[in-house]
Design a protein. Structure first.
Length: 69
């Protein structure tokens, strides 16, 4: 995709449930990631609340508050 990685973070959902990964901010859920998974954060949504993440198994948007960076 030609994007540079801004940082690496860990999924840390305080509800101890898998973190939903979405196609767009607030959009359709395309998968989920368990706590402790390392993700690459590539960009932030215009409202600053969602980030686009990449893992070897999926990529999409997650709520940034559920990541530990």
């Amino acid at each position: 995709m030609g994007r540079s990685i801004a940082r690496v973070c860990i999924v840390a959902d305080p509800t101890d449930t898998p973190l939903n990964v979405r196609a767009t901010p607030r959009g359709r859920i395309i998968g989920s990631l368990p706590d402790g998974v390392e993700v690459e954060v590539w960009e932030r949504s215009p409202d600053g609340k969602w980030v686009y993440i990449y893992t070897p198994v999926m990529e999409g948007y997650v709520w940034e508050n559920y990541l530990k960076c």
